[in-house]
Design a protein around this ligand. Structure first.
Ligand SMILES: Cc1cc2nc3c(=O)[nH]c(=O)nc-3n(C[C@H](O)[C@H](O)[C@H](O)COP(=O)(O)OP(=O)(O)OC[C@H]3O[C@@H](n4cnc5c(N)ncnc54)[C@H](O)[C@@H]3O)c2cc1C
Length: 379
């Protein structure tokens, strides 16, 4: 399960060549400093096939299994987290949403564009009063002629400013509460009535976050994605994909932080010895290695379950928690071991450490994941 087969090895070699050409580590650092998202790379990622790995060939993808997807995600993020992360959003959110609950017309129109890197979809779910409690959303969509008019506001929406569409959750049944009566709409980002403000933040500089106002935004009937009033079931049907892809991405970053820590512990000398010879440092690194290896097992197991078509929702929550907490452990201890060398702006460690902080509460907090796991255990 852990070792890539011959075909996967060839694909990983392609990832290495692609990243050496398009995103060497200095470039990843430069982009982080300049807050430049890798949107310009999307057509190249599409051409290399990385945006359509698990998408059937009939829809412009490569039709490969989720184990290959997890391996590629991990390797992309090992090279540059920002690239693994955008591939996760394009495939895990965008492509898999359209594939799982889009109409045949939406699949035909959007999937070839998504997989070739020519269409970016941002997921617009969160609102100021509706974070973990997503069922508290107030944005509403009212029928108007053949189409709909959306009014409300969203917050913390990644990529909204660079997206072609905002996949927007809105209440279509005004009398509904919680997860019922919500529908998903593919709203063109440049539709009249949309206002956006960027939210300054501490990490993930290459994934801009946006506050969005929707003031009477008119969309056609074709904008509805999935069944009216069943938007949350549509979203639920894709969560194992986005969590599998995200956990693999996070794992790649954890491996990169661990590699940097080991190299530093071998090279840096204090008191006449490499710091890696001090027991407190070597034991800490041993703990980091054990967590990364355990996470890899969990991530690959989840990918295998998806590939086998098994019910993987509990395992998806477990992988999300395990990977994000592993990344925080590794970057926290990595920073301690690199000390001033890691705190310097030029070090990749400070970037890993800042980026890592998000993921235990982003994309469904780990408290909520633990609740979902417990619920599936009958508690
Ligand atoms: C950088 C960034 C990017 C994001 N990108 C997107 C995006 O692209 N699209 C999108 O729709 N959203 C996005 N989000 C929103 C993200 O999904 C939410 O931040 C997340 O769901 C948590 O919501 P919240 O921040 O409002 O925290 P809150 O819901 O206010 O939670 C605060 C704390 O309380 C805990 N808590 C809440 N309820 C419970 C409970 N029942 N039991 C135990 N503990 C609980 C939480 O775990 C957390 O620790 C993004 C957020 C950030 C910061």
């Amino acid at each position: 399960m852990l070792e890539p087969d011959e075909n996967q090895r060839l694909i990983l070699d392609t990832v290495d060549r692609f990243m050496a050409r398009h995103m060497p580590s200095e470039e990843a650092g430069r982009r982080d400093e300049a807050h430049t998202p890798p949107y310009d790379l999307l057509p190249h990622l599409g051409e290399a096939g990385f945006l359509g790995l698990p998408v059937p060939e009939a829809h412009g993808g490569l039709g490969l299994d989720w184990t290959t997807m997890a391996l590629v995600q991990e390797r992309l993020a090992w090279h540059a987290y920002a690239v693994g992360s955008i591939v996760n959003r394009v495939v895990g959110f965008g492509a898999m949403s359209v594939l799982s609950y889009g109409s045949e017309a939406q699949k035909a129109r959007l999937l070839p564009r998504i997989t070739s890197g020519r269409c970016l979809i941002a997921l617009a779910l969160t609102e100021p009063q509706a974070g973990s409690d997503a069922g508290a959303i107030r944005t509403r969509a009212e029928r108007s002629g053949d189409g709909w008019v959306l009014t409300g506001g969203k917050t913390w929406i990644s990529d909204a400013g660079g997206a072609d569409y905002l996949l927007t959750a809105a209440r279509t049944d005004p009398d509904s509460r919680g997860s019922r009566g919500v529908s998903m709409f593919l709203v063109p980002r440049d539709a009249p009535g949309i206002a956006m403000t960027q939210i300054p933040k501490v990490g993930n500089n290459c994934m801009p976050s946006w506050e969005i106002g929707l003031d009477g935004v008119q969309v056609g009937a074709e904008a509805l994605m999935g069944e009216e009033g069943k938007g949350f079931s549509g979203l639920m049907s894709t969560l194992h994909y986005s969590r599998a892809s995200m956990a693999a991405t996070v794992l790649g970053c954890a491996q990169a932080a661990l590699d940097l820590t080991i190299a530093h512990a071998k090279e840096r000398k204090q008191f006449g010895r490499p710091i890696g010879s001090f027991q407190t440092i070597r034991h800490r690194i041993a703990d980091m290695q054990m967590r990364v290896d355990a996470t890899r097992l969990v991530v690959r197991h989840l990918a295998w379950m998806i590939a086998e078509g098994r019910d993987s929702s509990r395992f998806a929550s477990q992988a999300k928690v395990q990977a994000t907490e592993c990344l925080q452990f590794v970057t926290d201890h990595g920073m301690q071991i690199l000390a001033s060398a890691g705190y310097a702006r030029e070090s990749a460690m400070q970037r890993y450490w800042r980026d890592a902080r998000l993921y235990s509460f982003g994309e469904g907090s780990n408290e909520i994941q633990r609740d979902l796991i417990a619920r599936q255990l009958g508690l």
